[in-house]
Design a protein around this ligand. Structure first.
Ligand code: SF4
Length: 310
């Protein structure tokens, strides 16, 4: 499968089948915490990267293979609203299934009427807001220079007025950047002004783009949860991975996931319940020797990442 991945268990969306409508690491942000690394295709131009029919064909195929899916989630290897066929894709999915559709976005393009219109038919839209001012926005999210936080917040407010389904915000909490009560209180004021249906906080639990990024203390995460009146702390979450394409071989299964995010060592073991630890280690070592993946240690845990030059 080229565009579809999962299903993966998600705290917010249950068993979620992912669709990525954009080429790897195409984004208008280059967040310091991004698990995909620094943005290589740094753009703010919407493009028809792939024909919507191709994505829909694959979605149909994946839905035939797996019937127990709670959400179809449009989430790019970057920012999915940069895909000019997004509206057509959402309408097309609605025609082939009644499974609800979620779109995970950084929210930067919500100031654009065409993007808001494209998203209207989604069942849940999940934007991000990590900073209350342009200065911190630039430090954490490192947006394209033409992106202005006030304009983005205004876009989120307009979308909330037009949109009749669920709008859920995610705030990524980064140690010593936005984990202090003063900043969080300013973010909360913006949240109240927009009126999200739910707020979640998250922490950089996977290896980030920048080495200096750290997970806040549990105490600060708890404070953040209280100040923002957030639903939960995904930092606690232990997610095991499954793969929709059971036919693919072991290397391919590891590649499919590491292309999208770093894979924690224990998660690799849960991918292959039929194999013992020694056999799995052999597969990983062979892939490392071939230069397909490499390991990094982050937050005292081993993660496997895909090599850029493989
Ligand atoms: S975290 Fe999301 S918005 Fe930020 S750079 Fe990565 S893909 Fe883009």
């Amino acid at each position: 499968m080229k565009y579809i991945f999962g299903p993966v268990p998600s705290r917010r969306l249950g068993r979620s089948l992912g669709i990525s409508p954009i080429p790897p690491k195409t984004c208008n942000f280059s967040c310091v915490y991004c698990q995909l690394g620094r943005t290589s295709n740094f753009t703010n131009t919407r493009e028809m990267f792939y024909p919507p029919e191709e994505l829909l064909e694959e979605a149909k195929e994946a839905l035939k293979q797996d019937k127990e899916i709670d959400f179809i989630t449009i989430v790019g290897d970057g920012e999915p609203t940069l895909y000019a066929g997004l509206g057509e894709l959402i309408i097309g999915i609605k025609k082939i299934t009644s499974i609800p559709i979620a779109v995970i976005t950084n929210g930067a393009l919500l100031y654009r009427k065409d993007v808001r219109t494209d998203l209207l038919k989604a069942d849940v839209v999940l934007p991000t807001l990590d900073a209350p001012n342009q200065q911190l926005f630039k430090i954490i999210n490192r947006p394209r220079k033409e992106l202005d936080l006030n304009k983005i917040i205004e876009g989120m407010r307009s979308f909330k007025e037009e949109y009749t389904n669920q709008l859920w915000l995610e705030v990524m909490i980064v140690k010593d950047k936005n984990d202090n009560p003063e900043i969080l209180t300013q973010i909360k004021k913006i949240i109240d002004k927009i009126g999200f249906d739910k707020v979640f906080i998250n922490a950089p639990i996977r290896p980030p783009a920048e080495k200096w990024v750290e997970i806040p203390s549990l105490e600060n995460l708890q404070n953040a949860k209280e100040i923002l009146e957030a639903e939960d702390i995904s930092h606690y979450e232990e997610v095991l991975i499954e793969n929709v394409d059971k036919k693919s071989d072991s290397e391919q299964r590891i590649i499919e996931i590491t292309q999208r995010h770093p894979l924690r060592e224990e998660q690799v073991y849960s991918l292959f319940p039929e194999l013992n630890k020694k056999e799995i280690d052999r597969i990983l070592n062979k892939m490392e020797e071939k230069g397909i993946i490499y390991s990094v240690v982050y937050n005292e845990k081993i993660f496997w990442k895909i090599s850029k030059n493989r």
